[in-house]
Write a protein that binds this ligand. Sequence first.
Ligand code: ADP
Ligand code: ASP
Ligand code: MG
Length: 423
Amino acid sequence: MATIVMKFGGTSVADIERIRHAARHVKREVDAGHKVCVVVSAMSGKTNELVAWTREAAPVHDAREYDAVVASGEQVSAGLMSIVLQEMGVPARSFAGWQVPIETSDAHGSARITNIDPKLLFDRMSAGLVCVITGFQGVSPHGRITTLGRGGSDTSAVAVAAAVEADRCDIYTDVDGVYTTDPRIVPKARRIDRISFEEMLEMASLGAKVLQTRSVELAMAKKVRLVVRSSFDDPDQVPPLGENGDWQGPGTLVCDEDEIMEKQIVSGVTSAKSEAKITLRGVKDNPGVAAAVFGPLADAQIVVDMIVQNISDDGKSTDITFTIPDAEFDKAMTVLKEAGETSLEFDSISGSKGGAKISVIGVGMRSHAGVAASMFRALSDKGINIQLITTSEIKTSVLIEEEYAELAVRALHTYYGLDMEEA
Ligand code: ADP
Ligand code: ASP
Ligand code: MG
């Protein structure tokens, strides 16, 4: 029999009725004889509400207490899921992160899982119990409650799956798999049957929030078999996993590239809004100048994304442009102006909020030239101006004005032949 981790996201546990529905998926696997760990998110909207309360209590506050507050949503879901399972005759108990324990770093608000001792989970599963574990949270080396960053329950699920050597980690959510682009923005998006870890990693980090980026990183590193599927399916109409955890039901399998027969040049299109752009002009072109710009930003915990440095005309000075989240714009401007008075020489600084990063992703790009050029052409045909460009082996990203994001995604989706055929 197989060991399965089943993760249910916020919409899938939004109220008691939905929790009952999700619990029926769990019961199906238990009845088939599998050992099951369940990982739950907070009920949808709950985490946002908790975050807002901490801000209302004090705009700047103790990150440890922020975690104590926002982690509570998952505890409610875990308890309710256990109650509902018990009522269905399925032996179950809830575990908070610290009870497992899910050990993490002490980076409150975006902690990393460092270790999960599976002993307790093995014991309880062997005794026939479903272990219902709070997603999103863990415990720091100082014994404090931590959280893993928004969307972190996916990462909890994959980490638990790796720890208990699960045959499968099923991410049940409000869509029935990973799509070529966000199906809520492009109704013609197509569900992908199999996607490689590399492509999924790029899609997640470039804006497809269906999986948290770290969960994909971890699944790739630990070789966890990861499936994204719908919690809204009728639990009695989809088959349980086979004896060895083999896959029979619907959804998207995230797997090694060599398990995918047909490789697409472009597999997906993503957009990430709220990107701000900052340009430093006339920066002295000396060794160490990039470190002088980006060091203070890193010290201020500001994550920089796209970076472009121009070659100067005179060989003495250069222009540097980069992007950061809109929310960090004011802080970054202040940090750089302060650096300009001490360690960094430049002529002027300017910037703006409200950009969108649009990306096309596909492993086929490795062996096909010209994807970037065709992307630029498709955007220019729609009159969309490109402000910045970055590329890697399997993706090309451009920064454009936010108001054109949807138009750009739809245009590229059609251009690369990803639209679903009309019925
Ligand atoms: P959960 O609460 O279950 O974790 P999320 O809201 O975090 O669910 O993620 C699911 C959502 O991700 C979907 O409702 C969909 O709008 C969005 N999404 C964005 N890009 C994609 C994509 N490429 N494929 C599928 N869903 C996507
Ligand atoms: N409840 C958390 C959030 O909303 C974690 C998660 O849902 O994955 O970010
Ligand atoms: Mg999520």
